[in-house]
Design a binder for this molecule. Structure first.
Ligand code: NDP
Ligand code: X2W
Length: 346
């Protein structure tokens, strides 16, 4: 049994970790922290977990956390980077769902996250945990930086094009839309139902903090090539799900004929990526609650532009599901344990 701790157990990704781990045969959740709800039984706050966890939320406490084999951080940015060094020193493994360890250039990180990085040595050692790219490094890692939700949908959709040098990397476009749970559970007037219901808007069009993360991942996939990517997120009046419509111009239009088989081969051994038939339109509800990314390719008549539609559940493949996938890889157990359930439909 893997002894698991969760810091930030009351947030949306924290409770999603609990939901997934409730069905995991090799994970034993020992500790779930919350400063505001310390002392409250987990099942009292989240009745869907009644009968699954006989635990109460507790204050984040290093002595309790160091009794675990693995700690998930489901906390706002800036929390994990302060607690990780102590856990690392005591040999505990960590999967951080926040952005603290995702970006290697710490000047870029500080500019986007508005604070200096306090543990550069661990930022350098952390492995960016996109399993479809870095499975071997994740297996050996003590600290895994779980990718962001938009960056997961965007990178997976572009990967085969960039790895095979098929497109103009200077003019990529990622037009992405997310449900409101992406913003977390803390009170925020802009996220009230009355504010976002029956409405739809872009945000962060002048620059969103996921832009440098997406750039870094796409540059690595393209063997260090310069990446010009325009990323615009949108807020959808729904709770879960991300759809990213991706655009890239083929260098050689003749390559269109082999793209479908290239995508199918690239992801053939990936348990959580599904390449749908050419011309399909993946729906967010087809991945709701599931650790899955579904994608499909399109071409418009007379155009050299490849269009990829990529969907994930932001809380699962975009956060807690991918974090459990990373845990499974780190501990050398079946990567799909706890994650095999299909999406909830309708
Ligand atoms: N929501 C999403 O779709 C995704 C979120 N993420 C990232 O995952 C992380 C968690 O997100 P989400 O669950 O949405 O966030 P929430 O705001 O819903 O939850 C945050 C949790 O962290 C705890 N917390 C807050 N401040 C501290 C602190 N200083 N020390 C210890 N615990 C703290 C809170 O409990 P309390 O204050 O009671 O201690 C709460 O349990 C964030 O970094 C987010 O960016 C990543 C991918 C997708
Ligand atoms: C809808 C919404 O607000 N989404 C969040 C992104 C989701 C998230 O939590 O970002 P990380 O994956 O980096 O942690 C945002 O735009 O900031």
């Amino acid at each position: 049994m893997i002894k698991v701790g969760i810091v930030g157990g009351t947030g949306y990704t924290g409770v999603e970790l609990l939901r997934i781990l409730a069905g995991h045969p090799d994970a034993d959740v020992r500790c779930i922290t919350s400063r505001s709800e310390a002392g409250m039984a987990v099942a009292d706050l989240y009745p869907n977990l009644r009968g699954h966890f006989d635990l109460a939320f507790s204050e984040p406490d290093l002595d309790t956390l160091t009794a675990c084999d693995l700690v998930f951080f489901a906390t706002p940015h800036g929390v994990a980077m302060r607690m990780v060094p102590e856990l690392m020193a005591r040999g505990i493994r960590v999967v951080d769902l926040s952005a603290d360890f995702r970006i290697k250039d710490l000047k870029v990180w500080a500019d986007w996250y508005g604070m200096p990085h306090e543990t550069p040595e661990w930022a350098a050692k952390a492995v960016y945990g996109l399993p479809e790219v870095a499975r071997d490094a994740i297996r050996a890692a003590q600290l895994v930086a779980n990718p962001g939700c938009y960056p997961t949908a965007v990178q997976l959709g572009f990967l085969p094009l960039l790895e095979n040098d098929l497109v103009d990397t200077s003019r990529l476009i990622a037009d992405a839309k997310s449900g409101a749970s992406g913003a977390g559970r803390q009170a925020n007037i802009g996220m009230l139902h009355g504010e976002i219901g029956e409405s739809f808007k872009a945000y962060g069009a002048s620059g969103h903090r996921h832009l440098p993360e997406i750039r870094q991942g796409l540059a690595n996939a393209a063997s260090g090539a310069d990446i010009g990517v325009t990323f615009v997120p949108h807020l959808l009046p729904m709770i879960r799900g991300i759809e990213a419509t991706l655009y890239a111009e083929l260098r050689n239009p003749a390559d269109f004929d082999r793209l479908q088989s290239l995508y199918e081969e690239r992801f053939a051994d990936e348990p959580f990526v599904d390449v749908m038939p050419f011309g399909s339109h993946p729906e967010t509800r087809s991945v709701r609650g599931a650790n899955a990314c579904r994608m499909a390719l399109h071409r418009q008549p007379g155009s050299n532009m490849v269009i990829v539609s990529s969907v994930i559940d932001n809380l699962v493949k975009g956060a807690a599901g991918q974090a459990v996938q990373n845990m499974n890889i780190m501990f050398g157990i079946d990567e799909t344990l706890g994650l095999a359930a299909p999406a909830l439909l309708p």
